[in-house]
Design a protein around this ligand. Structure first.
Ligand SMILES: [Zn+2]
Length: 208
């Protein structure tokens, strides 16, 4: 029976502080806050005219040619952020799909006993992956889960559903999650996301 190593309040799937200033030293020369994520621009002398961007954990990396001017860089960063956001919103589950998913998970793993009144995404939750208020039957998931594998989202959903039945993280709680086959894998994935965020990032290639 896995004991939860990170003791935290009931009804919470822990994350960690999103923008913990004390965890200093990101060597990125271009880290700037945009909501909860940072943008890192990497210049490459091998890159002639192509610009690309991708998410790396919490941050967004934009690759641009070394010779690009500051003004062009600004413009391209905006373009690429919009493009990524558009791609992601297409594959993101809406609140209604999230509620349907919660219903299926409850049926499949909790005998349908957990019946949430509401399930929704929230963007103001940066220290927890999910939370719930059993008295209201409400479940909230951090938008930071969006884009993660579905089995991870399902785990967090199921975790919060289980809290509607059992507060805290005692054996009775974890017993409820035992039938979900990917509990350990999902927890490992989330721990990996948190750990990766603590690693020092390589300095961007700024030299010509
Ligand atoms: Zn919990």
């Amino acid at each position: 029976m896995p004991a939860d190593p990170s003791a935290h309040g009931s009804g919470e799937t822990p994350l960690r502080r999103a923008a913990d200033a004390s965890r200093g030293a990101s060597p990125s020369p271009k880290a700037r806050g945009s909501g909860t994520s940072a943008v890192e621009v990497r210049r490459s002398s091998r890159r002639r005219r192509t610009v690309s961007a991708y998410r790396e954990g919490d941050r967004t990396v934009v690759l641009i040619p070394a010779r690009m001017s500051e003004a062009e860089e600004q413009r391209w960063v905006t373009v690429m952020l919009d493009k990524l956001a558009a791609q992601e919103s297409k594959r993101m589950l809406g609140d209604r799909e999230l509620a349907e998913r919660a219903g299926r998970l409850s049926e499949q793993f909790l005998g349908g006993r957990a019946r949430p009144a509401s399930v929704r995404w929230v963007t103001n939750q940066n220290t927890r992956w999910g939370s719930c208020t059993p008295a209201e039957g409400s479940i909230r998931l951090s938008h930071r889960l969006q884009g993660m594998p579905e089995y991870v989202i399902d785990y967090v959903l199921l975790h919060e559903l289980a809290h509607l039945l059992v507060p805290g993280h005692g054996p009775e709680f974890w017993r409820l999650l035992e039938s979900y086959p990917r509990t350990e894998r999902a927890r490992g994935y989330l721990e990996g996301v948190v750990a990766a965020d603590r690693l020092p990032h390589l300095p961007a290639a700024r030299r010509e």
